[in-house]
Design a protein around this ligand. Structure first.
Ligand code: MG
Length: 254
């Protein structure tokens, strides 16, 4: 398994491969080419930034049976997809800023897929070959707006509503790994990725029907049960498998 990320040193942003406690700087985004510059920096001296820069940030809904039950919805027989604004991405340790503090705004913990090679009309059998790697994401959702509006684009796209990271893991086996979220150190979500209704292969095949997935694109694969509201002052920690956890805090937008 290889680990990649986006890093910041002062005002300078770059992508790199993390090996142990050292970051090997790359000359291009890792999903474009793996070209080391030869420069190596200690992770401890760097700020961890957003590890992806997708042309499309796609989310899947209603992909775990117990979450469908808690939302009082019914399965629709195919992946339900929508688009989140890439500008909603937030780095590890970043602050989720609640746009409307008087609305119910929920966390949703999700396994995210990063595409590695173009995919259009791919079969489920071929889909896994188009993946670069995987990461942890939160699909923060304004439930009041989600109920009021037919489209999910706005209620899930406010700035900071898609925390992601801290890293992207290539070559990981995510077929049956634990996915968990703690809110203020209390375990709120606990499931396994093998409980997904539509597999990652099926999701990629479905999404790629005439819609070209490009290297670097990101797909959130749906939340398990246990979603709940966030409030200013909260500390969230999301974990998948044995990867380093994604940690974020919450404040009200100013
Ligand atoms: Mg979601």
């Amino acid at each position: 398994m290889k680990t990649f990320g986006g890093f910041r040193s002062g005002n300078e942003f770059f992508y790199g491969e993390l090996r142990g406690d050292k970051v090997h700087r790359l000359s291009q985004p890792y999903w474009i080419a793996l070209e080391p510059t030869g420069e190596t920096l200690p992770l401890a001296n760097l700020q961890i930034d957003v590890p992806v820069a997708p042309s499309k940030l796609i989310a899947v809904g209603l992909n775990y049976a117990e979450h469908i039950a808690e939302m009082k919805r019914t399965e629709i027989g195919a992946p339900l997809i929508w688009f989140k604004a890439p500008s909603s991405l937030l780095a590890h340790t970043g602050v989720i800023e609640i746009a409307f503090p008087d609305h119910k705004t929920d966390f949703e913990t999700e396994l995210a897929v990063v595409i590695g090679s173009p995919a259009k009309n791919v079969s489920a059998d071929d889909a896994l070959n188009r993946i670069f790697g995987y990461t942890i994401a939160l699909d923060i959702t304004d439930r009041d707006l989600q109920k009021q509006e037919k489209q999910f684009g706005r209620c899930k796209s406010f700035d900071t509503y898609t925390p992601v990271g801290p890293f992207v893991h290539a070559g990981a086996d995510v077929r049956d790994v634990p996915i968990k979220l703690w809110q203020n150190r209390e375990l709120r979500q606990r499931a396994r990725t093998n409980q997904m209704i539509h597999s990652i292969s099926q999701i990629i095949a479905f999404v790629s029907q005439s819609l070209t997935l490009l290297p670097g694109d990101v797909i959130l694969t749906g939340t398990p049960a246990g979603v709940g509201p966030i409030r200013a002052g909260d500390e969230l920690e999301a974990k998948i498998g044995d990867w380093p956890p994604l940690r974020n805090t919450v404040a009200n937008a100013q």
